[in-house]
Write a protein that binds this ligand. Structure first.
Ligand code: BG6
Length: 476
């Protein structure tokens, strides 16, 4: 591309949004007939240590005023999730009309304010009744229960809502035992369950896409992945290969499954090596291959640094296991994570790297040729409310500005993108840090154990993003 042709502006149809998820903002966890979810169950286990999902940001009781704030911010798109257990409290039983009514009101008011709803069907909150019934995703039936739930949502909301994503970050979710309700000491058994659950979620995704095509006219649907960008720790060929495998094992195997309807060979080899190949049925092949996606929603927060982990280093892995989280798991014979000394990290440890976003977008576009939207991107920080009720979150503005610029550069590289929807529209319940770690443009005046007045306070980043939207990305 000639330097003169460089994209200076964002394309006219590029949408500016912000994101959230049901259990992290709604509260009202059992209001009006909603059933308990896996997310509730796990958050209640930590109720004595941090905020839980009972009240969260209380969007359930404040939705109208909160949408007014979104409108003031200038949002063109709002990416949020529907709680399956609000629509069907038991997961596969009666429909809860109160739940339908709640989302109907939210959708209608968003549309009235000119904000496009972009809905996630499932963001970590499986109805807990399905865990009690058959251990959730471990059972093939769960895929069909999900398909039914999705169909109900499409029938009830699909004339008004045209953009949908299926599961949020399936590729990350399956690696976190508590999100999947995996509770066994035996690591092999945990991995066997994980592989089976993962497979059933892919099946559910494909069934959902197929039913979507029948029910929603002129709609768009796709997966949302937690993206990974892994740098090799050195130029040693084995480290370069390990970094590539880390991306493949954490994210690209899942995108391959969504786009091509089958596991890539390296992933099948791993499943066989570990003796955890999931059970499948003959009809699945057509289902998986028959589902075509319209876009990829990309969640991006940080990059990773990887070195090769030889098979025989058992003592090292043993030591590391106690400090590794499950998301960044190491794998014998393949990879392990190390710190990248070239990057700064957020106060919570995520290594900040806007260039990685440009790389990821280029990589996925090169490989899958689907348009993309950033559905999550943001900085978790311990924001401080000043005495005069302000939040000076310049660090968040810097982070978002650099990542928006990375999107612009990726588009200049040729990547097709249709929007940017950062995390999060307002402060949300963070899974392991409650309300200590905040991401929002709007501060919620509560802390983990004191609900205070729950007042909504616009942060400095709110006014900054408002300007970004007004100038369509020209003033960042
Ligand atoms: C994403 C999730 O992976 O990360 C969000 O989709 C989550 O639900 C976000 O809040 C940030 O993670 P955390 O742990 O800082 O809340």
């Amino acid at each position: 591309m000639d330097i003169q042709d460089k994209i200076k502006k964002f394309p006219e149809n590029f949408l500016w949004g912000a994101s959230s998820s049901a259990f992290q903002i709604e509260g009202g966890w059992n209001q009006d007939g909603k059933g308990k979810t896996v997310a509730d169950f796990n958050s209640f286990k930590r109720s004595d240590k941090q905020a839980d999902s009972k009240v969260a940001s209380d969007f359930y009781n404040n939705w109208k005023a909160d949408i007014d704030l979104m409108s003031e911010l200038g949002l063109q798109l709002y990416r949020f999730s529907i709680s399956w257990a609000r629509i069907i409290p038991t997961g596969d039983g009666e429909i809860n009309e109160n739940g339908i009514k709640f989302y109907d009101q939210v959708i209608d008011y968003l549309l009235e304010k000119g904000i496009m709803p972009f809905i996630t069907l499932y963001h970590f909150d499986l109805p807990y009744a399905l865990v009690e019934k058959y251990n959730g995703w471990e059972d093939r039936e769960c895929a069909f229960a999900f398909e039914r739930y999705a169909k109900i949502c499409f029938e009830r909301f699909g004339t008004k809502v045209k953009n949908w994503q299926v599961h949020n970050e399936q590729n990350l979710m399956v690696r976190v035992d508590e999100r999947m309700n995996i509770d066994v000491a035996d690591k092999w058994e945990a991995d066997r369950m994980r592989a089976q659950m993962d497979y059933h979620m892919f099946l559910a995704h494909a069934l959902t896409v197929k039913v979507f095509r029948k029910v929603v006219e002129n709609g768009k649907i796709g997966p949302a992945v937690s993206s990974t960008c892994s740098y090799p720790a050195s130029s040693k060929p084995e480290d370069v290969w390990a970094a590539k495998m880390n991306d493949c094992f954490k994210t690209e195997y899942a995108l391959d499954m969504h786009v091509y309807g089958e596991y890539p060979k390296y992933y099948m080899r791993y499943l066989k090596e570990r003796n955890i190949v999931p059970k499948t049925e003959a009809i699945d092949k057509d289902i998986l291959k028959g589902a075509t996606n319209d876009f990829i929603a990309v969640n991006y927060y940080r990059t990773l640094c990887i070195e090769h982990l030889p098979v025989d280093e058992s003592h090292v892995l043993g030591e590391r296991e106690s400090i590794m989280n499950q998301v960044d798991f190491d794998q014998y014979g393949y990879f392990r994570h190390i710190k990248n000394e070239n990057l700064k990290a957020s106060e919570y440890g995520a290594q900040i790297d806007p260039s990685g976003l440009r790389l990821v977008l280029n990589r996925y576009y090169e490989k899958y040729r689907l348009p993309m939207i950033i559905a999550e991107n943001g900085l978790g920080a311990h924001d401080v409310l000043t005495e005069d009720k302000k939040v000076h979150d310049g660090y968040r503005i810097d982070y978002l500005r650099d990542h928006i610029e990375a999107c612009r550069l990726a588009m200049e590289d040729g990547v097709e993108m249709w929007g940017y929807s950062p995390w999060s529209v307002m402060d949300i319940l963070s899974s392991h840090q409650g309300f200590k770690k905040r991401y929002g443009f709007v501060y919620i005046n509560r802390d983990d154990f004191d609900l205070k007045d729950m007042k909504r306070i616009k942060k400095d980043s709110f006014y900054w993003y408002q300007k970004v939207i007004q100038t369509h990305g020209e003033e960042i």
